[in-house]
Write a protein that binds this ligand. Structure first.
Ligand SMILES: *Cc1c(COP(=O)(O)O)cnc(C)c1O
Length: 351
């Protein structure tokens, strides 16, 4: 007798981010700087006060309270997760049944599709237009035609950097019976959030993360905001101790530092605008180098040189994200952004 892995998992390979040490990392849309000293000292205090022998608070109350204060939402409608990633998996597992249909519009965050196969859900994908935008009506039409139970998309979108206006997202949600999972991982860099009205919809879950603007990818903190009925279901289905005590406490401290977060938000948006403009300049002299508008903390570029450019930058100890005919460049510090643009210019000058 031999044990066989089932079809869902037999060909899976572990997710491998770019390994190695690089001086400049602009590949994962992280925040470019670690916590400043005044936050670090608060972090050290809460870590030293942690009761390591005790299980965490299953409802992450202190963390959720601080998150809710910062964003102006009702804490009783927020569920915390071990990263937004965990919540995506949980939502697809719990709110869909085997054989149900999930709609995505590509390109978008790859994990949506990845988890659907493990959930035995059929993932229907829609191609975005040539300019990489997507209209609410296109999504609605595909949702109707395919009778999907769930629609999931990121807004602003990773990797395209583009966004759908709040009024269009509202219309989308109101025009379907499917559950809409609206991943606002990058909404800290734009102003079209539906967070404050999440509870008014029958069929909406909004996702947020501490990994981007809050500079806390290491903590693995994500949040789902929805109406009472959906929140109860989500809290009911999650594993009880999904967010560890240290992450809960550090996250609480962070969201209490509202001024710091707002400043960081502005800094990153300024850096992204500068990076966007510099890349746009490069595009004026390099054929086929097209820079997409961005409302996130990264810039998406189409270029036939994507792979060669990625390889060249690596030799300069700079990593960006390479995806077929595209590269995605995270807005780093102003100095990092200047460096990467200088190398990109050098690359094209030397061709
Ligand atoms: C980064 C990102 C997330 C957040 O993931 P975490 O698990 O919270 O780090 C979610 N959705 C998208 C589209 C992202 O790019």
């Amino acid at each position: 007798m031999a044990y066989a892995l089932n079809d869902k998992i037999k060909n899976l390979v572990p997710y491998e981010p770019i390994s190695g040490t690089y001086e400049i990392r602009l590949d994962a849309n992280e925040c470019p700087e670690n916590y400043p000293p005044e936050i670090l000292s608060q972090v050290q205090r809460v870590v030293s006060e942690t009761a390591f022998n005790r299980y965490p608070d299953p409802m992450a109350s202190g963390l959720i309270q601080a998150f809710s204060d910062f964003y102006g939402v009702d804490p009783s409608l927020v569920t915390a997760g071990n990263g937004a990633d965990e919540l995506i998996f949980l939502i697809e597992t719990a709110f869909l049944k085997k054989g149900d249909r999930l709609l995505v519009a590509l390109p978008d965050f790859s994990m949506y599709q990845f988890y659907s196969s493990i959930c035995e859900v059929s993932c229907i994908s829609l191609e975005k237009q040539a300019d990489l935008t997507i209209q609410a009506d296109q999504i609605l039409e595909a949702a109707r035609k395919n009778q999907v139970q769930m629609i999931i998309f990121s807004n602003p979108c990773n990797p395209t950097g583009q966004g759908m206006k709040a009024e269009d997202v509202r219309r989308l949600i109101k025009s379907t019976d499917a559950l809409v999972v609206l991943d606002e991982a990058y909404m800290d860099f734009w102003d079209q959030s539906l967070l404050s009205e999440a509870h008014t919809y029958d069929n909406l879950i909004i996702l947020r993360t501490a990994s981007k603007v809050a500079g806390s990818a290491a903590l693995r903190l994500g949040f789902a905001v929805a109406n009472r009925r959906i929140t109860d279901a989500l809290r009911g289905v999650k594993s009880p101790y999904n967010v560890n005590s240290i992450s809960q406490e550090i996250g609480r401290v962070l969201y209490q530092n509202k001024e710091y977060l707002r400043k960081r938000q502005k800094k990153i948006v300024t850096a992204r605008e500068k990076l966007y403009n510099d890349l746009l300049e490069i595009g004026k002299t390099v054929s086929g180098f097209y820079v997409y508008p961005s409302v996130a903390n990264f810039v998406f570029v189409k270029t036939p040189d994507a792979k060669a450019l990625f390889d060249y930058l690596k030799t300069k100890s700079v990593v960006i994200r390479y995806m077929g005919d595209y590269v995605r460049i995270t807005a780093g510090t102003p100095a990092e952004n200047e460096t990467v643009c200088r190398y990109i210019r050098n690359y094209f000058a030397g061709k």
